[in-house]
Design a protein around this ligand. Sequence first.
Ligand code: PEP
Ligand code: MG
Length: 762
Amino acid sequence: MLCIALSRFPGEANVPSPRRLLSRLRDLRASSGSTPLPELIHLVAGELVSEVCSVYVQKPGDILELTATEGLNQTAVGHTRLRVGEGIVGLAAATGAVLNLPDAQNHPAFAYRPETGEDPYASMIAVPVRRGGRTLGVLVVQNRAPRRYTEEEVDELETVAMLLGELLPASGATNGGTEGVGGTVPRVFAGTPLTSGVAVGPVVLHGPPRVPIRLLADDPGTEQRRLHDAMEHMQRGLDALIETGVPQANNAADANATREVLEAYRLVAADAGWVRRVDEVIRGGVAAEAAVQRVLGELHHRMRRISDPYLRERLADIEDLAGRLLSALLGDVPKPDIPPGAILLARRLGAAELLDWHSRGIVGIAVEEASPSGHAAILARALGLPAVGGTRGMLDTAEPGNEAVIDADDGQLVLRPEAEVRQVYLRAIESQTAQHAGWAVLRDRPGRTADGQPVKLMLNVGLSLELAQLNTVGADGIGLFRTEIAMLARGAVADVPEQAAIYSRVLDSAAGRPVLFRTLDLGADKLLPGTVTQEDNPAMGWRSLRIGLDRPALLRRQLRALLLAAGGRKLSVMFPMVATVSEFRAARTLLLAEARRVRPAPEQLEIGTMLEVPALMWQLSELLKEADFISIGSNDLMQFLYAADRGTSSLYGRYDLLSEPVLDLLDQVLKTARAARGGTGVPVSLCGEAASRPLEALTLVGLGLTTLSMPAASVLPIKALLAQLDLTAFRPVLAAIRRGGAGMASLREPIAVWAREHGIPV
Ligand code: PEP
Ligand code: MG
């Protein structure tokens, strides 16, 4: 049983003893070599001017139990329990925040527990006790007089909470986990697919190294010097990582792209704000490594309150760097070996960390907080790692070594799967590997259906890192080059020569195959630093071409860079989020104006548009007089057509592209495009995620699309699928299904039935 402390100085005014607590803690550690819990508690009691001091410890089932107290009724110990989220104590545990309340009993969250005898105490401070990103309990101090605890007291209590974080597991009051008996049962965490594929293996947890660390220090000057040296060490490590690039980078393009992502790190590393905070904590008498850990905890808490994806991403970078700094301070703590084929679970994951882990052999990742435009997601895609995001809560239950399955296609993590479930996934991987071997032979064959209809299969890419995949999968070209991705990776729009260099590399890699460059599609969830949006509906807000037309200098610079990159070669440019013909005309006029100035002129300049905004449907004939091609962006088109935000996971799968409204729309686009320009026709492709899904690809080709653009991982599977498709037989079937399906929310089932009956792997 944990023995706990109070400090009661009835005759004394409520004057805290600044800094003395920490120096007494230091003396105690120096004299005994360790800190026995009872002494620690006694010391805290002696130094803090508090009338009540208690510790609640988290028990299995998300329960917080009063484990020790001074000042409250001893009979309540072991009996008073609160759920995580219940009462002030539960709220502190749930939010990870320190709650400093002069009048706790009138706080809306206050939960009265008569057995504790806490009626006389007005003020209360609740400090979460954390270790390795987990909440182990809550340290509570209460006083009769209403008062807000000073910043200095809060700092001291946080240091005590850190000590408790080390001591509680050792005392046996908690096992360091939070799920107890629940820790053996299977759990499924639904999230969002960040990439595709399946991985099965034992989990490893991402986090600062779990080694005992020094908490207190005598001489802040020495600690500041250690911090400074560690900063330099970290910076050198980062430089080396940027120089060496992706561990498996075997060409210049890969190395360049990695550099693009990691360069963003330099900006964050150079931002001194968070390091200043570490320095401040050190000056309070805390050892450098403990100060970094404290700041990591604070960052973690701030993250929970920030919804802006870009800011969260930046904070994740800082967290990543702080983890590196901690490693530098601890010296070269040898990284423990990880089991072969391990799956990494992380709360957040920076790009550099992902590269480290990748080089150590992980085969899949699940990240609790990952934005699809985040660096980790971009790199996971480029590295071909099955990855899911948004699997919140998994770290509170996973233990290192637990078996897990990442099902990136369905966006879920299965923790401690039942043996049969694990077997099913292992078989799926086996057959995938066998299929992959079969697909490889398709690489050099042109995409075509069983009855000979050619279908061009192109790539959606955004980083030079991904360019090598053009050859790996034998793609017909790049159907969508998302130019904003490289800018997001560096944290700013590059200048004209830098942009030209990026685009030129793309054209070099394509080696004559077509490339459709899309101009910057910034805004919504793709925000550069300093562009925090206050819009209620950013997906429908000031984004994409709207920004380009309102900031023509930005757009013109990009267009100039594209023309320079082409250097006389053919150039195809398309504009995103076009809503009116006049917007397309305005953008096209800017491009033509730039084209008149740049020499050598491209041998051919094609100017097209994405079709993402439904209003274009009623302007198609006019548009097609001027647009050289159309690329259907089904991701955005679907969200606007069904008024269903593509980023809201609860709406995922609610509306189906395989439904008559969408198929009818696509049909109309194809018919109008075929008839355009006096029957010569205007090429149409589709570059939304739908093109990469088997049933959708089948149906799109059935409708008449002959060019699909998709992530690299899907090209060979879709090529294999199309090779089985007798298009002549399928077309009338599809027409019949559509006629019979009027009014139905989805036509998926009848299409799937036909495909399965005809041996098509959907
Ligand atoms: C789309 O909207 O379908 C598309 C391809 O563009 P993005 O996913 O980049 O918005
Ligand atoms: Mg789009």
